[in-house]
Write a protein that binds this ligand. Structure first.
Ligand SMILES: Nc1nc2c(ncn2[C@@H]2O[C@H](COP(=O)(O)OP(=O)(O)OP(=O)(O)O)[C@@H](O)[C@H]2O)c(=O)[nH]1
Length: 444
């Protein structure tokens, strides 16, 4: 895949080394140094017959160490910090991987070039002309192929790579059938762009390679993570092979950058389903009270405000009750917070089972609860609250069952009243119920 001395469009050994260090840590060092030294010797065998063998070995070792130490530092740092900082979120891991790959390949390209200068195989002028392509070539290889090699090596060594995988997404028959079409679209775009680049040799044509991101993102959003990784590897191999075959070397940087950008896009795309499910979870958490599993005050406020808006149009009554468990502090103090929690859960459950579907119970905070009673006048709401008060259960304690008691403040929401104003009135009524001796309903 060479198009200039010492520079490749895309450099798979960069990805293989990085993947090995990430997967097995320091154990990868010796095999990679040995393989890189042998590769160096092989290069000498192919290109040069004048250098003495001991010198060839020294040079190859120097180049091998420059490569291995750079990828070793990057891979080990990634491996260590991902566990140490407990980087759980996929987008963070991807960002972290991309930043480390950027620095690691820069280090590898720089140390490689310095090694070539030291052994006298490269002049400063050559180094200056080729460092950017070298770096971006390594970067393209590492960015596009590292996940592929991690996947491959993990199968060979049976390693656990669950930390790498986003949540598995369901696949239907239609997406399975379309997998080959998506890949075919990839192949077609690569072929057309490189052929057009070869025949018309115009700088702007190479930019059309970015269109690969369309089938690539289609794969990302509809297929399993493995397919994304494999299709990226195939896409880059095809680009490199056709590129080499047609020798469109002038536009190498465009292809290198395209590979990097498409790969980065695809990885971030993989994180979208997990972000969506986190959002859903967070939304759920804001809507449901985690202890009692009834609605949260947020949810209550949303629903109550909607009901208040409809008050004017529908001309139907709407009532609100605020209730607070009596002497709850003493339950906590006497029997402990776990039994206190149990009392809150049982009170919430009891009210939930004794209200209509259209009524809403929510936890306001602490031992205070809210009740929305659409269609009920103050008088009916008073009766409802009293019925619910009498149905409150008893909590089991080491000293036997202790009845849960509560005081209720009930109001009917006026047409021009805000929720806050209605709540203030309900709070006042609740206070009156407490003052009057607790365990009763006061409406106002
Ligand atoms: N176990 C438990 N206790 C809680 C929770 N949230 C608040 N509390 C406690 O609930 C108690 C609330 O007490 P208050 O409502 O102020 O007073 P009270 O003892 O119920 O007295 P009255 O309301 O006047 O009848 C406090 O001791 C809080 O620490 C919770 O989630 N679990």
């Amino acid at each position: 895949m060479d198009y200039q001395p010492f520079v490749s469009l895309w450099y798979p050994p960069a990805a293989l080394s990085l993947a090995a260090f990430i997967l097995v840590g320091g154990r990868a060092f010796l095999p990679i140094v040995m393989a890189a030294t042998l590769a160096g010797l092989w290069m000498y065998l192919e290109l040069d017959t004048h250098t003495a063998f001991h010198q060839q070995t020294r040079h190859s070792l120097l180049l091998a160490f420059a490569h291995t130490i750079s990828y070793g530092l990057g891979g080990l740092y990634f491996r260590k910090t991902i566990h140490k900082w407990d980087i759980q979120q996929l987008p963070q891991r991807i960002l972290y991987f991309l930043i480390i790959t950027l620095f690691t390949t820069f280090l590898a390209a720089s140390s490689g070039i310095i090694a070539f200068i030291i052994i006298g195989e490269m002049s400063w002028a050559q180094a200056e002309a080729s460092w950017l392509n070298w770096w971006v070539g390594d970067l393209a290889g590492a960015m596009v192929l590292t996940p592929f090699f991690i996947l491959l090596l993990s199968r060979l060594w049976n390693s656990d790579i669950s930390w790498l995988k986003p949540k598995r997404r369901r696949q239907n028959d239609e997406t399975k059938r379309l997998w080959s079409s998506k890949m075919l679209l990839n192949v077609a775009i690569v072929m057309v762009v490189i052929l057009a680049d070869h025949y018309f040799n115009h700088a702007s044509i190479a930019y059309f390679i970015f269109f690969i991101s369309i089938p690539q993102m289609w794969i990302v959003y509809t297929e399993r993570m493995e397919y994304t990784v494999i299709s990226l590897a195939l896409m880059s191999t095809m680009i490199a092979a056709w590129f080499g075959f047609y020798g469109v070397s002038e536009h190498a940087l465009t292809y290198q950058f395209a590979m990097c950008v498409i790969a980065a896009n695809a990885y971030f795309g993989l994180a979208v389903p997990s972000l969506l499910s986190q959002n859903k979870k967070l939304h759920h958490q804001t809507q449901i009270d985690t202890l009692t599993h009834i609605a949260s005050r947020n949810h209550f406020f949303e629903v109550a405000n909607n009901e208040i808006k409809q008050l004017k149009e529908q001309n139907k009554p709407l009532s609100l009750a605020l209730f607070d468990l009596d002497e709850f502090k003493s339950i906590n103090d006497t029997y402990g917070h776990l039994i206190g929690d149990q009392a809150l859960i049982m009170a919430a459950q009891s009210i939930s089972t004794h209200i209509r579907d259209r009524d809403l119970i929510a936890r306001f905070g602490g031992d205070e609860f809210l009740l929305l009673l659409p269609g009920q006048t103050k008088e009916r709401a008073h009766l409802t609250a009293d019925r619910l008060r009498q149905k409150l259960p008893a909590i089991p304690t080491p000293e036997g069952h202790i009845p849960i008691r509560a005081s209720f403040g009930v109001v009917e929401i006026n047409v021009n009243e805000s929720l806050t104003q209605a709540l203030q009135r309900a709070d006042q009524a609740l206070l009156n119920a407490k003052r009057k001796g607790r365990d009763q309903v006061v409406s106002s």
